[in-house]
Write a protein that binds this ligand. Sequence first.
Ligand code: ATR
Length: 275
Amino acid sequence: MTDRYAVFGNPIAHSKSPRIHTLFALQTGEAVEYSALRSEEEEFAQDVMIFLVAGGKGCNITVPFKQEAWELADELSDYAARAKAVNTLAFRDDGTMVGSNTDGIGIVRDLQQNHGLALQGKRILLLGAGGAVRGVLQPILEAQPASLFIANRTAAKALELAQDFAEFGAVTGGGFADITGQFDLIINGTAASLQGELPPLPPNCLATGGSTYDMMYGAKPTAFVEWGKAQGAAYALDGLGMLVEQAAEAFFIWRGVRPDTAPVLAQLRAELAGK
Ligand code: ATR
């Protein structure tokens, strides 16, 4: 028996999740089939129920339905509860749904394990204060950076987020104009890369030997990756590794098996470059 999973989003046609989970299934020998399903606004909850009733075992959720998935879940993991966003639902046999958020685990694993960039004691600048940033804050703070400053175009949103997560560590927030000093790691969680834009960063804010990370990715380096390179970053990374790592954690939640992410990431990188 092959178990069915899917990713729900809108748009969804270009999602790499089916490819990633198919590669995980091949590698681990798990009998898993994974498809991409588009939901219309207002129909997401119903579509998930239909998928469950039709025998689906779980699903991933991407933009713009992560908050709705959080509302839909019968039970929430600690990270999902705090993030107010769910990217992974696991269906129990009794039809109830457990919601998790694996995005933060994804970025922390990509940074620390794939690239050897330990976060402990580091000065981190996190750009953006939308859903993407909210989803990763707790795991990043739990990695114990020395400080974390959230900078956002709308400063009030960054301040609010910093307050919401203050119990997890030394986190403050403000506008881009409030960025002062130097950082060991600058993470871009704004949607600016989608528009080919760069958040307005002050000169010399990346410390010598520091690295940059764009949560977005593309066939070509994003504007933020190019900026990191121009600043002399030790690593100027994009978010493909985070995507694969968050998927691996979802696969583990569903199957109890942890795929080896390195070959899958290498394969995806080659495919993205058109090789
Ligand atoms: P997501 O789920 O991708 O986080 P979102 O919740 O709409 O989407 O948040 C988008 C984030 O990108 C916000 O932090 C937004 O800033 P505002 O809160 O001020 O709107 C930020 N953003 C979008 N376009 C941007 C740009 N061109 N430059 C800087 N920040 C941008």
